[in-house]
Design a protein around this ligand. Structure first.
Ligand code: PNS
Length: 163
């Protein structure tokens, strides 16, 4: 039996955007299995709980049979080892992402030389998109319907009305 290419796409996904989904779709076409891994405890004080972020992702990838949603709370290299994955996927939108991504990829390589980080570009239309900006634009009344899946927009509205 041939070896399965399992790739892990880790992130905060607070919340998932169309940029994340664009990358997941691209990866699903290239790799046997894509595991989207939500970081549970984040120093950035997420708006959505890990459970909520996973629910939004589950719904958004429901049409992709080789994509699974999971969460993790440990070192990424340890999590990848547990899952039997040798590949990490990260998106690079602009040059400004490069330095942080390079640092993480090299640190992960130092921790586990067997692990490869693969970078992919989202569609140009999403090159300015970030979860942080989506939250800010929505909080200040801007229209984010083209930027996130419908469930994410609905969940953001619910959050706003509950605070
Ligand atoms: O979406 P983000 O916030 O840019 O994702 C960052 C993430 C989750 C990929 C990174 O913080 C991470 O891997 N955290 C897990 C803990 C870890 O392994 N830290 C060392 C990374 S070099």
């Amino acid at each position: 039996m041939s070896k399965q290419n399992v790739i892990i796409y880790p992130g905060s996904f607070d919340p998932p955007t169309n940029g994340h989904l664009d990358l997941i779709n691209r990866a699903a076409r290239l790799f046997d299995q894509v595991i989207v891994a939500v970081l549970k405890h984040d120093s950035k004080q997420p708006l959505f709980s890990p459970q909520e972020r996973m629910e939004m992702l589950e719904e958004a990838v429901s049409g992709l049979p080789n994509v699974r949603i999971d969460s993790f709370d440990n070192l990424l290299v340890d999590y990848a080892r547990q899952k039997g994955a040798q590949l990490i996927l990260r998106g690079i939108r602009a040059v400004s992402d490069y330095e942080y991504e390079l640092q993480m990829a090299l640190m992960n390589r130092k921790l586990d030389p067997q692990l490869e980080t693969i970078f992919m570009l989202p569609a140009e239309a999403y090159s300015y998109l970030s979860s942080r900006l989506v939250k800010e634009v929505h909080r200040l009344g801007g229209d984010i319907r083209d930027l996130v899946p419908p469930l994410v927009e609905a969940r953001l509205r619910e959050k706003e009305s509950s605070v």
